[in-house]
Design a protein around this ligand. Sequence first.
Ligand code: AMP
Length: 624
Amino acid sequence: MNTFETLGIDGKILSAIKDMGFENPMPIQEKAIPELLKNDSDYICLAQTGTGKTAAFGLPLAQLIDFKSPKAQAIVLCPTRELCMQITGDITNFTKNISGANIVAVYGGASIEGQVNQIKRGAQIIVATPGRMVDIINRKKVDLSEIQWAVLDEADEMLNMGFKEDLDVILSKTSAEKHTWLFSATMAQGVADIARNYMSNAKEISVGKKNQGAENISHIYYVVHARDKYLALKRIADYNPDIYGIIFCRTKIETQMVADHLIKDGYSADCIHGDLSQAQRDSVMKKYRSKTIQMLVATDVAARGIDVDDVTHVINYSLPDEAENYTHRSGRTARAGKSGVSIVITNMKELGKIRFIERIIGKKFIEAKIPTGKEICERQLFSLIDKSINTPINEKEIEPYLPKIFGQLEHLSKEDIIKRLISTEFNRFLEYYKNSNDLAGDRSHSASHSGGNFKRMFISLGRLDGVDKGQLLNILCTGADLTSTSIGRIDLMNSYSFFEVDNKDLEKLKSAFAEHDFKGRKIKIEESEKPADSKRERYGDRDNRGGGEKREFRKFGGDRGGYGGKRDGSGRGSYGGGGDRKSSGGSDRGGDRGSYSGGGESREGGAGSRRDKFAKGSRPRKKF
Ligand code: AMP
């Protein structure tokens, strides 16, 4: 078996990586390190994030560079500030025993003067996001003429984010003699173009098949009605009490709403997306890294460069617009040789997308059934017992209380005590799932929604207020803390609408909306003269009611009541619905880039971004 030593890594670096806990090389390191150390060719390395690729290029760089000279000799380009800092930190650690070694990080959203000063003081390796690097080049504050190595890390991501023009500018400033090492998770067309334009006779190194997801990821999908997606998500979380997951959504609004509802329902969750300032995102990431929060809800753009180890589950709450992004998403789990699960919550209509992804990743998905209430309760129960068995006992601290506690429990048998202690935690799950339905992707369970006694209501909100049926349902449910099953048919008019509400919730709804306003205007709700049309199909029972993806939020608004109370005291808390958030800066030059496929205003980024420009000039990307 190879060691770092047999791969050619020398003493000072060896002792540094030993301190980092690197004992044996990972597969990409085994393949790349001896090749890159030869320093006689350009290389394309196909490697997923989390497979140890930073060391695969960082260790050879650390060894090849002449640290006696203060000149910039290597430039590492990467898509995000997070990744930029991570790479800088790693290479700084690799070179900690080498005197004179200086690695500088250059990224957007921080003072450019400070970064320029660091470069001036002499940095042999510049790790940069492309946008900021171009700014520094334009200010003529860096000399790249002696660059001997250009590393393009996560090249496919940089292209996805519209950095092609910046890469062109940067690479044109470096000498033709340099060697280029390109790292990418996928061999997307743009990556092949870069290889053709900027690299000569590049050799290819890969572990696993091209575009393939990590071996140790299990891919699972659940089919549910679009309107039950959120319930399904909660069940998945409940079924996996120790989940440490990333939940991917397609839009900023969806991301915020999923996170808000999870928080409201007592889960340990928060979100990152492009409407949050860098400081807000940093704070969420800090909480996630320290495992203060268990579930991070994210857009693709905001999640770029997230390199958190130990992620147990990636959940695709919505599939990405581009199938290749699935590989990036699922690559957030199963890092550093661990195993992980990538879950897709989908509906019948999207099954074609799953098949498409299967072809891209070269792996089959397993279809699973959303766990039933009973299965979840069982799982929670045994997890609780497991935790009790494994909880360390602080004998010294609890000793003074024991006599009193024993006294209080004296009259109970051992069995009774066990039952009672377990019930204190467990009852909320039993209660919550007591009458739960199966969340299957067919219409079977919808039948339970029909019938009931409904009242037709008038509401002074209509199309002219910019709401559609889904949003109106959401306003009603969140406003009065109802589930969507309490709301029946909705008839949307221009300046007002009618809807049906379950009689049992009528008073609750009325009193909740006595105080409610919409964008500063008071909302009027009153009983309509016309009775509810009991013959017509209920809103919640129809599957062809239009509205596209918005329908996903119809179940929101607390659905069956949540668990009441937070699960832990981890200082979570909603940001207050996102209304007060400011869009400020981002990962590099004005924030997250827009979605590649343009589309809805709520997607990350905006029209006119360079991503759009790039889209014109390149081959259309694979879409579903
Ligand atoms: P990367 O793909 O470079 O982000 O690496 C993923 C994780 O694996 C990081 O936490 C690295 O510190 C860690 N890592 C990289 N190489 C090794 C190694 N040879 N042994 C142990 N951990 C490693």
